[in-house]
Structures are given as structure tokens and as C-alpha cells.
Design a protein around this ligand. Structure first.
Ligand code: BGC
Length: 440
């Protein structure tokens, strides 16, 4: 068997991604905290509590871990609710904490990427109708102006909004994210406001920091027909269009096409310097006339899929190739802004990691421009409506003691980051079952 290394391109970004509400703890002023207080909203009625206690300062030890593991980049988000706790109040101390975090990353030679909205807003914004109210575009713009002005000396890589497609789906169709509605029409209005807010943010950031690079992070879910029947093909195509294409197309063309109508938003055209891709898994779509609430679909993983602890992620590394190919149509460089699997015992993760990275390497070697890879996530954290039931960290977390427990994948990923590549030795050591496939 040949021994070799799949090297990635020079200056490739390697690191983990996190989000404020999932790691910081003790933020009582945002929509997710309020959601957690409502019985039945979160699995087992769990609370984020201290989360990973980053607000208490434990970001330092976690950034030390990332540095020791040779990460050269980290994606984090900042909480609007902390920076602007009330409509007429900016919290300079909160901004300073974020400043310290970004300085902390840079001191460790880790390039920061900052997300400005990752699923949560201040309560006062929600009280004014949140994303349903078009005023949010200007409210968000003011927040972005303030935050970027303060943090631009330390960061030039910005994600405006994380997964607008998941946000709209989960908050307005599935109803599992706050405000917990099931109203497609409202959801589409929210999507329109998100496109407008992104466009405003994009232009503001570039005015403040001409060298900035600004994008979004889209959750790409590979939908394909379960059978050759026309209805399945039509439906899977519709899902791809609605879920995957809508947002980045609007940012490319300045036109938002939704199921119900079309909005021309000229300010949005050409507002992505890179496309962030969050890829986890893919699905087969089957037409089901008895499921109107589910857009007449039945979705499932391909037969014999290896699935994660919760059954929510199936291991389909070739989806990474499809994802990058799909992303290329938007004409900008790409960054994998999330990819990972919930796996408390680290049984599947090493294989998931090496096989996804191998397929990423293959597609990059077909000249698709991908500049980096962020693993979700560094340390187990609060998984939204699924509470603490899903463990995505390279390090495990004991929520009682705050102790971190290193999983073998942390060492595997460290070797990959250090080498800027994936070698046969690494695969043999951490994921021997993948060796024949990756190094035939
Ligand atoms: C979200 C993260 C989340 C991850 C795993 C992504 O869709 O951006 O916040 O933790 O999926 O579920």
C-alpha cells in the first residue's frame, strides 16, 4: 500500500467554528435564553447555563487548546444582545471582552473569522417583531456598524448571517427555534429581511474596512431523488432550489426568488466576497401525497448509511464534493465554515473527518477554490433545541465541572492542521477502516 500525504494549498485555513450562545453561557438577554425558560422547548428541558463558560473567561484555555493543536484560524460569533442590551445602550465592556478574545486569538497566531448573527437576537429586538419587522434591517445595520468599528483592528473576515436557510426553516416552518412559528409566508418575509440586512451589513463593513472579506455561511444539504420517478426528481430539485439556492442566488443577482414571489434588491447584488459552506449530510427525497405539512415529501438517508449518535447526520463524504461543486456557481472563493458530527464516543468522527477531508482535497485538486476548513466544533456545546444531547466537540465537556476531555479526533485534527495535509499514517492510526478507500 503506498504511503503518501494529501497536501492542501498554501495558507489553507484550519480551525474550529463556535457560536456565542452555544459557548458563552449566562446570557439572559437573548431570544434563546427566553426560549430555554419555556417548558418543552428544549429536549429534556435542558438549559445552556454556563455553556462552555467563555464569558467567564474559559475561552482562554480553549484557545490554548486550539493553538497547541496547530489550528491557524477560528470562527466565533459575537452576541448582539450583549453589545446592544437595550435600543439606546451600547455595552462597551462587552465589546471589550470580544476585543480581548480576538486579541487572544491573534496572539496565538490564530486568524479570527467573526459571525455577526448566529441564530439569536436581543430580547428587545424580538419584542419589536424580530426578523418579521422590516425595521430589523436598520437595527442590524447599526449593530454591525458599532461592532465592526470596534473590532476591525483585529478581524477582517466576517460572516454576516449564519445559515439564514436553517434559521427560516427552524423558526418559521418547523417551529423549533424561537419564535416557534409554522408560517411559510412569514418565513419568506424573514428571508427577504435577511437578504436586505446582509446587503446593508456588507456595504457598511466595506466602508469601514476596505480590505475586509465578507460572506455568509449557508447550510448546504444535498437533496437527491429517492427513485427515478419524475415526482421525486421534481421535489428534490425544488428542495435544492428553496433550501440551498435561494439565499446565495439573491446575493449574486440582487433578485430574491421565493416560492410565492420575486423581490428585486439591487443593493444585494455581488455582496459576497466568499461563500461559507456548512456541510454535514445529505438526504434522499420521496414524493408523499399524504404529507402536505412536509411540502409533500418524505426525506431519509440513503439505505445502509452510517449515522451519528442522534441519527441526525449520515456519513456521506461525497456530499462534500457535491457541495463545493454546487457552491462554485456563485463565482466566489469558498470556505468550509462548518462540518462535523455528533459522536460522544468518537467512534465515527475520525472516519468522518478523514473521508470528508479526502473528498475536499480531491475537489480542490480539480481547481475548485476552497480556502479553508472549520470543524464543528472545538468543545461540546449547547445544541439549540436538542440541548446537551449532541456532542460535536473535538473535546468533550463535563457540564457539571467544566472539565474538557480530549477525544482522539482532537489529536487527529491537530496532525492534519500541523501537516497541512492528510497522510496515510494518520489514517492508519486514527481511522484504519478508511485506509483501503483513501490509500488504495
Ligand atoms: C449550526 C450550529 C450547530 C451545528 C450542529 C449548524 O447548522 O450553525 O450552530 O451547532 O449545525 O447542529
Amino acid at each position: 500500500m503506498p504511503k503518501g500525504t494529501y497536501y492542501f494549498t498554501k495558507n489553507f485555513l484550519w480551525g474550529c467554528a463556535t457560536a456565542a450562545h452555544q459557548v458563552e453561557g449566562r446570557n439572559e438577554n437573548n431570544t434563546w435564553y427566553a426560549w430555554e425558560q419555556e417548558p418543552g422547548r428544549i429536549l429534556n428541558d435542558a438549559q445552556s447555563g454556563l455553556a462552555c463558560d467563555w464569558w467567564g473567561g474559559r475561552w482562554q484555555e480553549d484557545f490554548d487548546r486550539a493553538q497547541a493543536a496547530s489550528h491557524n484560524a477560528h470562527r466565533l460569533s459575537i452576541a448582539w444582545s450583549r453589545i446592544q442590551p437595550a435600543p439606546d445602550r451600547w455595552d462597551e465592556a462587552a465589546l471589550d471582552r470580544y476585543r480581548q478574545m480576538l486579541i487572544g486569538l491573534r496572539e496565538r497566531k490564530i486568524t479570527p473569522m467573526v459571525t455577526l448573527h448566529h441564530f439569536s437576537e436581543p430580547l428587545w429586538v424580538a419584542e419589536q417583531g424580530g426578523w418579521e419587522n422590516e425595521d430589523i434591517v436598520e437595527l442590524f445595520a447599526a449593530f454591525v456598524h458599532k461592532a465592526v468599528q470596534a473590532l476591525k483592528p483585529y478581524c477582517s473576515l466576517w460572516v454576516t448571517i449564519n445559515e439564514p436557510n436553517v434559521f427560516v426553516f427552524s423558526a418559521y416552518i418547523d417551529g423549533v427555534f424561537p419564535p416557534g412559528k409554522k408560517d411559510l409566508k412569514l418565513g419568506l418575509r424573514v428571508l427577504e429581511h435577511m437578504v436586505r440586512a446582509h446587503a446593508r451589513a456588507y456595504h457598511i463593513i466595506h466602508e469601514l474596512q476596505p480590505e475586509a472579506r465578507v460572506g455568509t455561511a449557508i447550510n448546504y444539504r444535498g437533496f437527491s431523488p429517492a427513485t427515478v420517478f419524475a415526482a421525486d426528481r421534481w421535489l428534490s430539485n425544488l428542495f435544492n432550489k428553496l433550501f440551498n439556492d435561494t439565499f446565495p442566488r439573491a446575493l449574486r443577482d440582487g433578485v430574491l426568488h421565493t416560492l410565492l414571489n420575486k423581490h428585486v434588491i439591487p443593493d444585494a447584488a455581488g455582496t459576497q466576497d466568499f461563500l461559507g459552506l456548512n456541510y454535514y449530510t445529505c438526504e434522499r427525497v420521496r414524493f408523499n401525497p399524504f404529507a402536505p405539512g412536509n411540502l409533500f415529501s418524505q426525506r431519509a438517508f440513503p439505505a445502509d448509511s452510517q449515522v451519528s449518535d442522534s441519527g441526525m447526520i449520515a456519513h456521506h463524504p461525497w456530499g462534500m464534493i457535491e457541495c463545493v461543486r454546487w457552491g462554485h456557481q456563485f463565482g466566489v472563493p469558498m470556505i468550509i465554515t462548518e462540518n462535523g458530527v455528533d459522536d460522544e464516543d468518537d467512534q465515527l468522527r475520525p472516519q468522518y473527518l478523514v473521508e470528508h477531508l479526502h473528498d475536499l482535497w480531491r475537489i480542490i485538486n480539480n481547481n475548485y477554490p476552497v480556502e479553508g476548513y472549520f470543524h464543528w466544533t472545538l468543545v461540546d456545546n449547547f445544541e439549540w433545541e436538542r440541548g446537551w444531547t449532541q456532542r460535536f466537540g473535538l473535546w468533550g465537556l463535563d457540564i457539571e465541572t467544566q472539565a474538557r476531555v480530549r477525544r482522539p479526533s482532537a489529536d487527529l485534527f491537530a496532525e492534519i492542521c500541523r501537516t497541512n495535509g492528510l497522510s496515510a499514517d494518520m489514517v492508519e492510526k486514527y481511522a484504519p477502516q478508511s485506509l483501503p478507500k483513501l490509500f488504495p
